[in-house]
Design a protein around this ligand. Structure first.
Ligand SMILES: [Zn+2]
Length: 179
């Protein structure tokens, strides 16, 4: 498996998706228990070891820790550590894109770790450390990496948290009108 270094928007999106499967975001309910499905969805190597799911949960905690304290130097150090699972950086002549190749024996954790590392590094470098944020919905404990062009994303899961806030605001308006 290869991860192209200019594909950081895709990679950061997967990192965001990963952290928002955590029980803390879902009132204690685990949203990443079917690792095979998650791996298939993102074209990751198939999970083969009994410890894979636990390793992915640990990775999720690490990535969340980085998003929660987005100091530039800390993000870079943390992301470098995540990319250390890769064999090395190679230039693929067919596409002229810099890409990192994983060892053929790489596990699903190695792959996801590399993806999260590339996503974080690319966003820090291109968009800045202020793109690592907590969800803006008052009742949500999610977090995200904002890769939008204007950088004004507010919610970890815009379809869900954004809608909840809109509904709450709408109800509050109706209440104020005495309706
Ligand atoms: Zn949210």
């Amino acid at each position: 498996m290869q991860v192209a270094l200019d594909d950081y928007i895709w990679a950061a999106g997967i990192a965001t998706e990963l952290v928002n499967t955590a029980p803390e975001v879902w009132h204690g309910e685990e949203h990443l228990s079917d690792l095979a499905a998650f791996a298939a969805l993102h074209s990751l190597p198939e999970p083969t070891r009994s410890g894979d799911l636990r390793a992915i949960h640990r990775l999720r905690t690490t990535v969340r820790g980085l998003i929660d304290a987005p100091d530039r130097a800390r993000l870079i150090d943390g992301a470098f550590a995540l990319t250390s699972t890769a064999g090395g950086v190679t230039l693929h002549s067919d596409s002229a894109r810099w890409a990192v190749s994983l060892q053929p024996s790489a596990t699903v954790t190695d792959a996801l770790s590399l993806i999260c590392g590339v996503g974080i590094l690319g966003v820090v470098q291109t968009l800045g450390a202020e793109r690592f944020r907590a969800c803006g919905a008052p009742t949500c404990r999610g977090a995200f990496i904002d890769t939008t062009r204007p950088g004004r994303r507010r919610y970890c899961m815009p379809g869900l948290c954004g809608n909840r806030v809109n509904v709450a605001n709408h109800r509050a308006r109706i209440k104020r009108r005495g309706g």
